[in-house]
Design a protein around this ligand. Structure first.
Ligand SMILES: [Zn+2]
Length: 300
């Protein structure tokens, strides 16, 4: 669903925002168009780009990936060949070595079929900040300063309109995921996001936020990350595995959120950082599937 949030600022929202169903968007002026993220599959990326072209009459001059995950990047190859893609430098490296685009492991049901996509990496990389000028309109691409959702996150901030595309630093009404980033970094990034004082937030997943909902959703993220930190510290103290630590957690106010098994993945991140080790991706997902009682549901 394409929503014009402000004149020339569009969000592409894919309900219900669960696994692989991301949000994207675009900023368009007479001087050109910047696309923010693509989608997981060729079909979904094509649907987004066709709707955008129908609404704006323009082809994207530039695109930015908010992070490396496939739901935001696999559709890059559906962009016109001449579109210049921007990403954080660690994001580019992450997508370069991503194995899931070549064949999705059976952790989800049904197993996603990406369709006719190719790995397409950013042409331009950013370390901390880059400003895109679309005529008079500024779009500021900013990195939170450390690992958060992933190691290579970027937000897109349109200061004139106080619109913030957060990528997966925000999951509105769904379980946040930080297994490729940092629990403490994601918690710190919530304050960093709040400091923009946005009027409209386009999260990486879930509905567009405005007004009081922004502070409410950011507070939910703070409480959720503190829950993960507490569960991780308790689990380590009691000698529990990440899976057993997760099983002992009362999700309480978060019990209604989709993709609850991400708690297991998030605890794997907490344990890996605590132990100073690399996260074991296959072991983490295997535990998440066990916690869920079967493969993780998806609709892509
Ligand atoms: Zn993500």
């Amino acid at each position: 669903m394409l929503v014009e949030i402000r004149a020339g600022i569009h969000a592409w929202v894919q309900p219900d925002g669960s696994w692989w169903l991301n949000n994207a968007g675009a900023i368009t002026t007479e001087a050109g168009q910047l696309v923010v993220d693509t989608c997981a599959t060729a079909t979904r990326a094509r649907r987004f780009l066709d709707a955008l072209e129908a609404a704006t009459g323009r082809a994207p001059k530039l695109a930015v990936n908010t992070h490396q995950h496939g739901d935001h990047t696999y559709g890059n190859s559906l962009l016109p060949a001449e579109t210049v893609i921007i990403g954080q430098e660690k994001m580019r490296e992450g997508l370069r070595v991503d194995p899931i685009i070549d064949g999705c492991p059976p952790f989800w049901s049904p197993v996603p079929d990406w369709g006719d996509v190719e790995r397409r990496l950013p042409d331009v990389t950013v370390a901390e900040a880059l400003t895109v000028h679309l005529g008079e309109r500024r779009v500021e691409l900013r990195h939170p300063g450390g690992p958060a959702h992933t190691t290579g996150d970027l937000v897109a901030w349109i200061p004139d309109e106080r619109v913030l595309f957060t990528g997966d630093l925000v999951f509105a009404g769904l379980t946040p995921l930080v297994f490729m980033g940092s629990v403490t970094g994601a918690l710190a990034a919530v304050d960093w996001l709040a400091a923009f004082q946005p009027e409209v937030v386009v999260p990486g997943h879930g509905p567009i936020l405005s007004g009081d909902d922004i502070a409410r959703v950011l507070d939910e993220h703070r409480r959720y990350y503190r829950l993960v930190l507490q569960a991780g510290a308790d689990g380590i103290e009691r000698g529990l595995s990440p899976l057993d630590a997760a099983r002992g957690v009362d999700l309480d106010e978060f019990a209604g959120w989709a993709d609850a098994e991400r708690l297991v993945l998030n605890l794997h991140r907490f344990y890996a950082d605590h132990d100073g080790k690399e996260l074991e991706l296959i072991a983490a997902f295997t535990d998440a599937v066990t916690y869920n009682g079967g493969p993780l549901p998806t609709r892509v």
